[in-house]
Design a protein around this ligand. Structure first.
Ligand code: NAD
Ligand code: ZN
Length: 345
């Protein structure tokens, strides 16, 4: 073989990523080789670019990064019979074992031995990716490569949004990043009554209003109780989705929830953060931590919803050919974009 490919790797322990020539990965008997067409840049990739404490602790130097992708199967391992060459696909980037109690109970997303492509293992920011066939998610024709490349974060949004029944409920989403915006679109799609999304960044709130039929609230300028009154809400929000990682947002969410409210928490606070637990107890609030996507129920649901009219396309605000990856990361790091998609040609 000895073929080479372009790949975006973390080569040096400093800010940045580097576009390099790497050998095309060899596949094992249960893997497929995917030719990558489009990839999404994730907040995780920005941590790796910035080489913050988490990244320096977690990511091995030399790693090919990236985990949000769409592509096409070009080679099958000898045991793979359920997939075909030429199949367009995305895939679950969490590689799981089949040894843990959780996996053996079918709860693959709760496997404690999970390893992430582009974080612990060779990633998708490359012309080719080797992936276990088990992790492949075939794409129907209606889902193009741009959308295919952002199914991983859409999956975070769907997993969070479907954590609690939203039909007829008033929903508060804190954080209008790409995932919060997509979660708002999902909440609207599945039949919530009011969907309010908060941020302190007006660009992001404007984007939210373009993507979904939601009420954007800039909490640096507007009072959330007044917003509730204007919507004729009486007691507070029924369901909250925390998608900012910001402590003040979580406090505000608890403050604005009904008695017996439910919170799904996807946002990752930067460190230990104080929580007023007595308010959670006295309001009888249920709090659920959400990690990744349910494997593969979230994938099934999101593809089905995309096929029945869920439209999140406008959350993609920028597209670049991979040779201009620096521009893509620059836009992402500025913090006002939606999803940024790189084209691998
Ligand atoms: P992002 O950083 O792009 O968006 C977060 C938004 O929160 C920003 O627009 C920011 O302005 C806003 N914000 C800051 N302070 C706020 C406040 N007080 N009130 C309301 N909004 C406020 O993030 P993203 O890529 O959309 O991801 C959302 C969150 O989910 C992040 O915390 C990310 O780390 C986390 N995440 C978790 C998982 C998981 O598996 N649990 C997976 C992916 C992402
Ligand atoms: Zn991601």
């Amino acid at each position: 073989m000895g073929r080479d490919m372009k790949a975006l790797a973390k080569t040096k322990p400093e800010v940045g990523l580097w576009l390099e020539q790497r050998p095309v990965p060899e596949i094992g008997p249960d893997d497929v080789l995917i030719r990558i067409r489009k990839t999404g840049i994730c907040g995780t990739d920005i941590h790796i670019w910035n080489w913050d404490d988490w990244a320096a602790r977690t990511v091995p130097l030399g790693l090919v990064t990236g985990h949000e992708f769409a592509g096409e199967i070009v080679e099958l391992g000898r045991n793979v019979t359920s997939l075909a060459i030429g199949q367009r696909c995305s895939g679950e980037g969490h590689l799981i074992s089949n040894q843990s109690r959780q996996s053996r109970a079918g709860k693959f997303h709760l496997d404690p031995a999970t390893r992430g492509i582009g974080v612990n293992e060779q990633g998708a920011f490359a012309q080719y990716l080797s992936l276990p066939a088990f992790n492949v998610v075939p794409l129907p024709d209606e889902i193009d490569d741009d959308i295919g490349a952002i199914l991983d974060p859409l999956g975070n949004a769907v997993h969070t949004a479907l954590s609690f029944d939203l039909v007829g409920e008033d929903v508060l989403i804190t954080g209008a990043g790409p995932i919060g915006i997509m979660a708002a679109a999902v909440a609207r799609h599945v039949g919530a009554r009011h969907v309010v999304i908060t941020d302190v960044n007006q660009d992001r709130l404007d984007l939210a209003a373009q993507v979904a039929d939601v009420v954007p609230v800039n909490v640096a300028l507007q009072d959330l109780h007044a917003v509730q009154a204007s919507l004729k809400m009486k007691q507070g929000f029924d369901v909250g989705m925390e998608m900012s990682g910001n402590q003040a947002a979580l406090d505000q969410m608890i403050e604005n929830l009904v008695m017996g409210g439910r919170i799904a928490m996807l946002g990752i606070p930067p460190g230990k953060s104080p929580v007023d637990w007595s308010r959670i107890v006295f309001k009888a609030i249920t709090l659920k931590g959400v990690y990744g996507r349910e494997i593969f129920e979230t994938w099934y649901k999101m593809i089905a919803m995309l096929e029945n009219g869920l439209d999140i396309r406008r959350v993609i605000t920028h597209r670049f050919p991979v040779d201009q990856f620096r521009d893509g990361f620059k836009v992402m790091r500025a913090g006002s974009s939606g999803k940024v998609v790189l084209d691998w040609g």
